[in-house]
Design a protein around this ligand. Structure first.
Ligand SMILES: Cc1cc2nc3c(=O)[nH]c(=O)nc-3n(C[C@H](O)[C@H](O)[C@H](O)COP(=O)(O)OP(=O)(O)OC[C@H]3O[C@@H](n4cnc5c(N)ncnc54)[C@H](O)[C@@H]3O)c2cc1C
Length: 496
């Protein structure tokens, strides 16, 4: 059977493309190497506790806001079990042992921050104005039918967030607190563009929500719609090769044996992984060299805590905790200093609103810390690796216990993951948090467009525009626009 569109990978981007194109009558086939769909959206269950792996909260989901509008078109709005987070401080940055709340709404954000920084009204006003300006520059946020190559937002890719903040305030603590959300983009001072933190913060400042019982609700719903529209989804189907004919992709090879033919192919896998799989495809050498030379974001060590029944109260906020006064230093830890901070998320569950069953703690971990086991696979990494993870978990536990007393004794069991886990489950080279690093010093070099140098092969997913639910959704629209036409698709989305 020859499909209209073959999609490699069922991450958020692959599923969104599958939904959009199947809705438009295309005969789509999604191939996913894992048993579970969703990539970073996937959850896992231990002793009746559901853990999210890569989706802890989403922004701008109130009526009329950006994600709500996109999700209405994707039939997700109104169909997800969500919990609105604390309006007075959905995120808290803990810096130099003091807590700073990030409130919802631009005005409330300013007023809350003024309690800590009474002389900084002008800086905070400029900051929130910039949030609005940057998000306004993305025409897709407003479903605007603008010119195809809308590039207004590119300007914000060529300014560093650190440099920008220095222009609005001389208060080093305020600057550090505003940079306290760096773990949301695994940023570095030398590379992170203004665009990234501004788009992410402007999404959450509008409204912030958690998933009740896990983010895999999104993949379950989208997968159901796709098959309902006549699409095919095949699990445990790893694409291991691409077959080329006359400069175009003719088919993919699955699990080194089965051949699946298509007219158009969309890759939701990491672009460097695609180049590995497609080593016979005649990409231009300059294209290959550029993709392969882009840095990866740092990876994560994650502690998943399964809590005793009614033992630890649910907290409706995320905490970004720094154990250094230099926020940019956190990824550059020495072995003795690790971990220099962490982010902690508390999961709401449908059957107990007062207490939490699952707590997830993420901290930076570089690839070199786990590279000794790079030739191993999941569950077969040996005793030394288990011991390594146990030691790391103990160190992290010590830190979180100092901020959240009683968390240890309330924990029934814990589980851990490292950058190796993300490499093997998602296919992220060196297990990076959010894919490839954006670099304001050379923005075009670190950008990947949906089109490749092969006419019927497109990219989608977090490496195209930006990561996260908003970024990946924009990428899916950009990718599908290459097939359906931009104005046509936006017109459909506006009518939804
Ligand atoms: C720890 C962590 C926390 C996060 N928290 C949030 C958050 O709170 N909010 C938010 O908005 N974003 C968050 N993100 C980011 C967000 O999860 C990602 O940006 C997004 O889910 C990536 O989607 P994607 O479409 O790029 O696909 P991916 O999730 O990268 O999925 C790619 C898919 O392709 C499959 N695949 C790979 N190779 C092959 C192959 N050869 N053949 C077939 N299939 C293949 C993989 O198995 C996977 O299913 C977080 C990420 C991480 C890592």
């Amino acid at each position: 059977m020859k499909y209209d569109v073959v999609i490699i990978g069922s991450g958020l981007g692959g599923l969104q493309c599958g939904y959009i194109l199947s809705l438009e009558g295309y005969n789509v086939c999604i191939l996913e190497k894992n048993n579970q769909l969703g990539g970073c959206l996937q959850t896992f269950r231990r002793k009746n506790t559901v853990f999210d792996t890569g989706m802890h909260y989403i922004g701008s989901m109130d009526e009329g806001q950006v994600l709500n509008n996109f999700f209405r078109y994707l039939k997700l709005t109104g169909n997800l079990k969500l919990k609105r987070m604390d309006e007075d401080g959905y995120d808290v940055v803990k810096y130099n042992e003091k807590e700073y709340k990030f409130a919802m709404g631009h005005d409330r954000f300013i007023e809350t921050m003024l309690e800590y920084f009474p002389k900084e009204r002008e800086a905070l006003t400029k900051y929130t104005a910039k949030l609005k300006e940057v998000s306004k520059s993305v025409d897709l946020f407003n479903f605007q039918e603008t010119a195809y190559h809308q590039t207004g937002y590119l300007h914000y890719f060529s300014v560093g967030i650190d440099d920008y903040l220095s222009t609005i305030t001389k208060d080093k603590t305020l600057k550090s607190v505003l940079l306290g959300l760096t773990p949301l983009y695994a940023g570095t001072k030398e590379q992170s563009p203004l665009y990234l933190p501004m788009i992410i913060h402007s999404s959450f400042i509008d409204s912030a929500y958690r998933f009740i019982d896990g983010g895999s609700q999104i993949s379950d719903l989208l997968a159901g719609y796709i098959t309902g529209n006549g699409g095919t989804i095949i699990r445990k189907a790893e694409v291991t090769g691409l077959i080329v004919e006359s400069g175009r992709i003719k088919a993919v090879k699955v699990n080194n044996s089965e051949i699946i033919e298509g007219k158009t192919f969309i890759s939701n896998v990491h672009p460097k992984k695609l180049l590995e799989i497609a080593d016979n495809v005649p990409f231009r050498p300059a294209y290959k060299n550029r993709i392969n030379s882009i840095d990866e974001t740092i990876g994560a060590f994650t502690l998943y805590l399964s809590m005793k029944e009614n033992a630890f109260k649910y907290i409706n906020k995320n905490y970004y905790v720094f154990k250094t006064d230099k926020v940019w230093a956190a990824p550059k830890y020495s072995p003795e200093e690790w971990p220099m901070g962490y982010m902690i998320h508390f999961s709401p569950s449908s059957d107990n609103g007062k207490y939490t069953k699952a707590i997830i703690v993420n901290t930076y971990m570089r690839w070199e810390d786990v590279s000794a086991w790079e030739n191993t696979t999941v569950e077969k990494r040996g005793d030394e690796y288990r011991e390594f993870k146990r030691n790391k978990a103990e160190k992290l536990f010590e830190l979180i216990e100092s901020d959240f007393p009683g968390i240890r004794s309330s924990t029934e069991a814990y589980y851990t993951s490292t950058p190796l886990t993300y490499r093997d489950y998602i296919g992220a080279p060196s297990g990076g948090f959010y894919g490839m690093m954006k670099d304001f010093r050379d923005p075009l070099r670190s950008m990947v467009m949906p089109r490749t140098t092969v006419p019927n092969l497109l990219h989608t997913g977090q490496n195209i525009n930006i990561h996260g639910v908003i970024g990946v959704t924009i990428c899916a629209v950009l990718t599908c626009s290459e097939i359906l036409g931009r104005q046509y698709l936006i017109g459909k989305m506006r009518k939804a």
